[in-house]
Design a protein around this ligand. Structure first.
Ligand code: SAM
Length: 452
C-alpha cells in the first residue's frame, strides 16, 4: 500500500506531494508539486506557480524543508497561457491570483528591471496537514472546521485502527481529519486490519471531486468513497459490513440514515417475504459503537434523538461547540503614560492627543519608508516564518527611542473575536453497546474467580 504523503510527509518536499502555499496571512492555497526544470536562459520552464508576489517554478519548491520561505524567481513567465484560478471571494485585492502554467516556456521579453520587480515577493511552502487542508480546500459545501472535528473525533473515540463511517463527504474536510485519526501505518497486506474511513456522498460531482482528491493525496487505501444515497441504501460495502465502530453523519436528515445503523433489522424496514437472508449491520458486533450527528436546527436534533433511541442507542446527549478567540492587544487610541514618568492616564486635552497621534503617524511613515527601501513594497500583508509581521530591522523594533515610550504601545486590552471559523451546529452523541448473547455471558462468568 502507498504511504499517504498527507499523513507522512517526510522532511522535504518532492514531486507529486501536496504542499500548502502560504501567500499571506490567512491566505493558503493547496498545490501539487511537479517535476520542472525551472528557469533556463531567462525562460520559465515546466510547471510554474504564478502569484501576485511573483513566479515560482516548481523546481524552486522541490527538495526543500517544509516551512521554507521561497523567494520569487527572477524569470518572466509572461502573461501568455495564464488563466485565472477559481477565486471564491472574487475579491482581486484580497486574494492573490494563483496560476499554474504548465509547460509554457515564455521568452523573457521584458527588460531586466521588470524581472527584478517580479522577484521581490516570497511564499512559504508548508507541510500538508488536515488542518491546513481544511483552511485551503476548494469549498463545495459547508465544511466541518477544526474546533468541531477535533472534539467530535475525540468523543467518537476515533483512534489508530478505528473503522469509521462518514456521510455525506461534502468537501472532504472531515474525511481528511478522520483519516489521520484512524491511520495506523501502511498495511502489509490487504487482509491486514487497518483504520479506515468509509465515506458516502450522494451528489455526483462532489463524489467525483472527492475521488480525485483521495487519489491525488494517496489516501485510496485508507478512504473508501462511495456514490450513494445512504437514506435508502445504507452503509454496506458490496453487501458486506465495513465493521465500523464510529459514525459521523453530516446530513440534512440524519434520522433517515440511523435506521441502517442498528444491531438488528429495524421493524420499519420492509422485508421481502421471500427474502430469508440475514440482515447485515454495518457496525462491528463485538465493539461499542459511537455516533455523532451534526445539525444546525433543534428540530433536526429532536427527530435524531428520537430515532437514535428507537434503534437502541443509549447515553444520548447534545453539545454545541462555541469558539472564542481572546485577543490581547495594545489600544493605541486610549494611550497613557506610566505614572512614574508623570503620566496622565487620560490625555488632558485634544492638543496632547493630537501630538501623540502625529508622532505615531511619523513613525508609521518611517516604517513604510524603511520597508520600501528593503524592496518589500506591496508585501505588507506578508509575514515572517514565525507568523509575526515583518519589522524593518533585525531587532523587531522601529528604533530604540520608540520602545522607551510606553504610551506609544497603548493600553493593554482584551477582546473576544468571533471570527474563528466553525459551523455552529448541534452535535448529538450516542453509544450503542456491543451484542451480548447468553454464550457471551456464560463465557464472561466462567472467567470470574467465583465462576465454575
Ligand atoms: N462534512 C463535510 C465536510 O466536512 O466537508 C460536509 C458535508 S455537507 C454539509 C453535506 C453533504 O451530504 C452534501 O455534500 C450532500 O450532498 C450530502 N448528502 C445529502 N443527503 C445525502 C444522502 N442521502 N446520502 C449521502 N450524502 C448525502
Amino acid at each position: 500500500a502507498t504511504v499517504p504523503q498527507l499523513l507522512e510527509p517526510g522532511q522535504r518536499s518532492k514531486p507529486g506531494d501536496l504542499a500548502i502555499v502560504l501567500l499571506a496571512r490567512d491566505n493558503y492555497e493547496p498545490l501539487i508539486l511537479e517535476q520542472s526544470t525551472g528557469a533556463v536562459d531567462g525562460y520559465a520552464e515546466g510547471a510554474t506557480l504564478n502569484t501576485r508576489f511573483g513566479s515560482f517554478p516548481h523546481s524552486t519548491l522541490l527538495d526543500i524543508p517544509w516551512g521554507s520561505q521561497v523567494r520569487a524567481s527572477a524569470v518572466d513567465t509572461g502573461s501568455r497561457g495564464r488563466k485565472r484560478r477559481r477565486d471564491d471571494s472574487g475579491d482581486d485585492a484580497s486574494t492573490p491570483a494563483l496560476e499554474d502554467t504548465e509547460g509554457t516556456a515564455t521568452p523573457t521579453s521584458a527588460p531586466a528591471k521588470k524581472a527584478v520587480t517580479a522577484s521581490s515577493g516570497f511564499i512559504h511552502i508548508l507541510r500538508p496537514s488536515p488542518e491546513l487542508w481544511t483552511y485551503s480546500l476548494p469549498h463545495r459545501t459547508q465544511v466541518v472546521y477544526t474546533p468541531d472535528y477535533s472534539y467530535i473525533l475525540n468523543r467518537i473515540r476515533a483512534r489508530p485502527g478505528t473503522r469509521i463511517i462518514e456521510a455525506g463527504a461534502g468537501s472532504g474536510s472531515f474525511t481528511h481529519a478522520s483519516v489521520r485519526a484512524v491511520y495506523n501505518g501502511a498495511p502489509k497486506s490487504d487482509d491486514d486490519r487497518k483504520g479506515k474511513v468509509f465515506s458516502f456522498e450522494f451528489n455526483e460531482s462532489r463524489f467525483r471531486k472527492m475521488e480525485e482528491e483521495v487519489e491525488s493525496h494517496s489516501l485510496k487505501d485508507f478512504v473508501s468513497i462511495k456514490h450513494r444515497d445512504v437514506y435508502n441504501e445504507g452503509f454496506l460495502i458490496d453487501g458486506k459490513s465495513p465493521m465500523a465502530s464510529a459514525v459521523f453523519l453530516d446530513l440534512p436528515a440524519p434520522w433517515k440514515a440511523i435506521r441502517h445503523l442498528s444491531r438488528r433489522r429495524p421493524q420499519d424496514m420492509e422485508q421481502d417475504p421471500n427474502d430469508s437472508s440475514e440482515w447485515v449491520s454495518p457496525l462491528d458486533p463485538r465493539k461499542t459503537a459511537m455516533i455523532c450527528t451534526f445539525s444546525p436546527c433543534i428540530e433536526q436534533v429532536i427527530q435524531t434523538v428520537s430515532d437514535l433511541r428507537k434503534s437502541g442507542w443509549v447515553e444520548v446527549d447534545m453539545v454545541e461547540v462555541s469558539n472564542k478567540r481572546l485577543v490581547s492587544q495594545r489600544d493605541r487610541i486610549g494611550s497613557y503614560l506610566p505614572k512614574e514618568k508623570g503620566a496622565n492616564p487620560n490625555p488632558a486635552d485634544v492638543t496632547e492627543a493630537l501630538s501623540k497621534l502625529r508622532e505615531v503617524n511619523q513613525k508609521t511613515k518611517e516604517f513604510t519608508r524603511i520597508k520600501a527601501n528593503r524592496g518589500e513594497e506591496g508585501q505588507n500583508d506578508q509575514m515572517d516564518v514565525d507568523g509575526s509581521e515583518r519589522e524593518p530591522n533585525a531587532n523587531n523594533k522601529l528604533d530604540e527611542s520608540s520602545t522607551e515610550k510606553v504610551w506609544m504601545q497603548g493600553r493593554l486590552i482584551h477582546r473576544a473575536e468571533s471570527e474563528l471559523k466553525s459551523h455552529t451546529s448541534y452535535l448529538v452523541f450516542a453509544t450503542l453497546p456491543p451484542e451480548w448473547s447468553e454464550e457471551d455471558e456464560a463465557a464472561a462468568y466462567a472467567k470470574w474467580p467465583c465462576g465454575n
